[in-house]
Write a protein that binds this ligand. Structure first.
Ligand SMILES: C[S@@+](CC[C@H](N)C(=O)[O-])C[C@H]1O[C@@H](n2cnc3c(N)ncnc32)[C@H](O)[C@@H]1O
Length: 238
């Protein structure tokens, strides 16, 4: 179940109903906290730490095999770097005959775009800078390809306290293909306490405050800043 970027108000009705109906709720502890007000009082909660996704998926499949109605929650959309894939893979590996439904959610890219204006109204690419599950050389290849093809680029997992190198390298790659003054939007904690939106340029990106709950949107060659907003023209004749 995709819980959206943060606030319960940003959740779809379908996601809310799925969580309210669940006997068991499985999720990363930060996300479980965001939805605890709508969980059934007697629901069992299986919360865990980041990096234990396989463990959570196995627990969810095992509970479902016991006949429980289980909601595995992901922030944003479960099919966008979320739990949908690993749950389906575990169920397949264990040949578990259980009905599985994927409930979509508002992904961070579109939630961040809404705060910035309209940067994604044309073709865009989403790239995660986390090399935990994807080799770094493949991430570099994708950054080059998307930048060269003039996609608006959304960066997920940009950097954390101990992991600053990927964003620094991505910055160098993007500057090989885009002008330094290309508009960039940085949105932290969309829908959560401490939400922040910054409009800057590619050149200034390295000086901006960025963490793991930040989504960065790098404009294409036509993206412009209007007031405090980003617009990527779709091509209409005005
Ligand atoms: C592993 S991805 C999960 C994406 C999620 N499934 C989705 O659809 O939004 C995590 C990354 O999403 C972005 N993200 C998730 N929630 C966010 C929020 N509330 N505000 C800004 N960025 C967010 C950040 O870039 C973060 O590092």
């Amino acid at each position: 179940v995709g819980i959206g970027p943060g606030a319960v108000s940003q959740m779809t009705m379908e996601a809310k109903q799925a969580i309210e109906a669940a006997d068991v709720v499985v999720g990363y502890k930060t996300y479980v906290k965001l939805i605890e007000t709508i969980v059934k009082p007697d629901a069992e909660i299986f919360s865990g730490v980041m990096g234990k996704e396989v463990e959570r998926a196995k627990a969810a499949v095992s509970k479902a095999l016991q006949g429980k109605c289980v909601a595995v929650i992901s922030s944003g959309d479960p099919g966008v770097y979320g739990m949908a894939g690993v749950v389906l893979e575990v169920a397949d590996r264990e040949k578990a005959k259980i009905p599985i439904e994927i409930v979509p959610g508002v992904t961070a890219a579109t939630a961040a775009a809404s705060r910035l204006g309209a940067p994604l109204v044309t073709d865009f690419a989403v790239i995660s800078l986390s090399d935990l599950l994807t080799p770094w050389d493949l991430i570099e290849k994708r950054l080059h390809a998307a930048a060269k093809a003039d996609f608006v680029i959304v960066l997920y997992n940009p950097q954390s306290e101990g992991r600053k190198e990927p964003l620094a390298k991505a910055y160098e790659i993007l500057l090989e293909h885009r002008k330094p003054e290309t508009p960039v939007g940085i949105v932290r904690q969309v829908g959560r306490e401490g939400e922040e939106t910054v409009v800057t340029t590619l050149k200034e990106l390295v000086e901006s405050e960025v963490d793991m709950t930040t989504t960065i949107i790098v404009g294409n060659s036509t993206t412009r800043v209007v007031g405090k907003r980003l617009i990527t023209p779709r091509g209409y004749d005005l």
